[in-house]
Design a protein around this ligand. Structure first.
Ligand SMILES: [Zn+2]
Ligand SMILES: [Zn+2]
Length: 457
């Protein structure tokens, strides 16, 4: 029996290991047959369905008189601001993960076996969480997750589908003063440290639970969708989703632009958090490839990042954006030299494109508070350099999260004026902030290696 359960659990973990990996970058761990299979098409909206900047429901939000539901007690007796306050309590003002993944479909709730163990043993996000590769959850939770999913048919295995996924972020404590780097987040994998500190029971408290309201009627949808996109911080950590939102190739004249989300929703978005899967250099172990190829890789990657940031700054994309945080992963810095000696290059290659993005925001009349989180091995020498050169050092956000202001363009009358300008500082620039602890080290020859993995000579 123990063997059988173990086999099930192993099978389950394998099945939950996303086709796409945790951040679209798990090629090395994929079975050969998956590597040979062409990736499935992302769930783009049909035709021009996503192109409109206004929803069919937008007018209803201003004029609640037409539909039958709109004449109900809820919409006629409760003032609009009270309804909005209720929706804010229900599913607004949070950090919300938006994700796309490939996995087995979930059965409808009515067809799932009741949970007979403590809900506290459920992963964050419940049985729909991406449980692969984390040997953390109890076997009863894994078995329940198997039962909750529709087993893939042989045909379906050949043609996997992308599914949308969302959950509330429980990476930080409910205390608004608690800050944790974006790249420490593992909510979508079902692993979250602080679920227990939030009121309610699992898995409901980890999920947004707004679909019921949004599907009630057009009026409910019109008011709810604005709270959903306009008041939550939308957290995107999936590279494929980000690439679909910010395509770097301009469509040709004959191409119809494709949309992964309706532009009308993106137009509502005010706060965005992005985990940026990018590295300064080739992967550890590849740095000995010839200089020409390495240089080409740097140029390609830098160009790609610049184009995506320019796309992001395009007013047509997120016209109401007010705040954006980027988090870089532990493997950001992989140049074959300690970061301390290459500060100017890091600033030029890594930070300048963000400066250009902030300048583009300004040029279109917008002040978007921008924060860039860097892994500690890159952040610390830059921070020390900023201190040395008289840069603006911000109040630490916590005992472990420090920040400094990276000025892209200094204005003549630049002064530190808390509460004004972008992020409280005059001039065009952004805050650079402590991110994830890095495991990249350099051996005496300057070559990078991952801590715990044998160093290359
Ligand atoms: Zn999270
Ligand atoms: Zn949770």
């Amino acid at each position: 029996m123990v063997n059988r359960v173990g086999k099930w659990a192993r099978g389950l973990r394998q099945r939950f290991q996303s086709y796409d990996g945790s951040n679209g970058n798990a090629e090395a761990t994929k079975p050969l047959e998956l590597l040979e299979r062409p990736p499935p098409e992302l769930p783009y909206l049909n035709g021009s369905a996503g192109a409109s900047r206004t929803s069919l429901t937008d007018k209803l939000a201003d004029n609640a008189s037409s539909s039958g539901m709109a004449r109900s007690f809820l919409f006629t007796c409760l003032p609009a601001e009270i309804r909005r306050q209720i929706l804010m309590e229900a599913f607004g003002g949070r950090t919300v993960h938006m994700d796309l993944r490939i996995g087995s479909l979930m059965k409808p709730m009515a067809e799932r076996a009741p949970i007979t163990f403590s809900p506290n043993k459920l992963p964050h996000g419940g049985l729909g969480a991406e449980l692969g590769s984390i040997p953390l959850f109890s076997e009863e939770a894994l078995l329940a997750a198997v039962d909750a999913r529709i087993l893939d048919s042989e045909e379906r295995k050949k043609h996997p589908l992308w599914q949308w996924w969302s959950c509330v972020c429980h990476r930080t404590m409910p205390d608004p003063g608690h800050v944790a780097p974006l790249t420490e987040d593992e909510c979508c994998k079902g692993r979250s440290m602080y679920c227990f500190m939030y009121p309610g029971t699992k898995p409901g408290k980890c999920l947004l639970g707004c679909m019921g309201w949004l599907l009630t009627c057009r009026q409910a949808y019109a008011e709810g969708i604005d709270v959903l996109y306009g008041t939550n911080t939308i957290f995107i950590g999936r590279k494929k989703l980000l690439d679909a939102l910010l395509p770097t190739e301009r469509p040709t004249e004959n191409d119809t632009p494709r949309h992964i989300l309706p532009m009308a929703h993106l137009a509502r978005l005010r706060k965005l958090a992005v985990v940026w899967n990018w590295s300064l250099g080739l992967g550890v172990g590849e740095y000995r490839l010839n200089e020409v190829r390495r240089q080409q890789h740097h140029e390609n990657e830098r160009g790609r990042m610049g184009r995506q940031l320019a796309r992001l700054a395009d007013p047509a994309m997120f016209p109401r954006l007010q705040h954006i945080t980027f988090g870089f992963g532990d493997t950001l810095y992989q140049w074959p030299a300690e970061p301390d000696g290459r500060i100017d290059e890091i600033e030029d290659v890594l930070l300048r494109p963000f400066g250009e993005m902030v300048a583009a925001f300004r040029a279109s009349g917008r002040k978007v508070n921008t924060v860039v989180e860097l892994p500690k091995n890159v952040f610390e020498p830059l921070y020390a350099n900023s201190e040395r050169t008289g840069g603006i050092i911000g109040e630490p956000l916590s005992y472990s999260i420090q920040r400094f202001w990276w000025a892209f363009e200094k204005e003549e009358d630049e002064v530190e004026t808390k509460g004004e300008g972008v992020g409280g500082v005059g001039g065009v620039g952004f805050w650079v902030q402590t991110g994830i602890k890095s495991h990249i080290r350099h051996n005496p020859n300057g070559n990078p290696y991952i801590l715990g993995v044998a160093s290359a000579s």
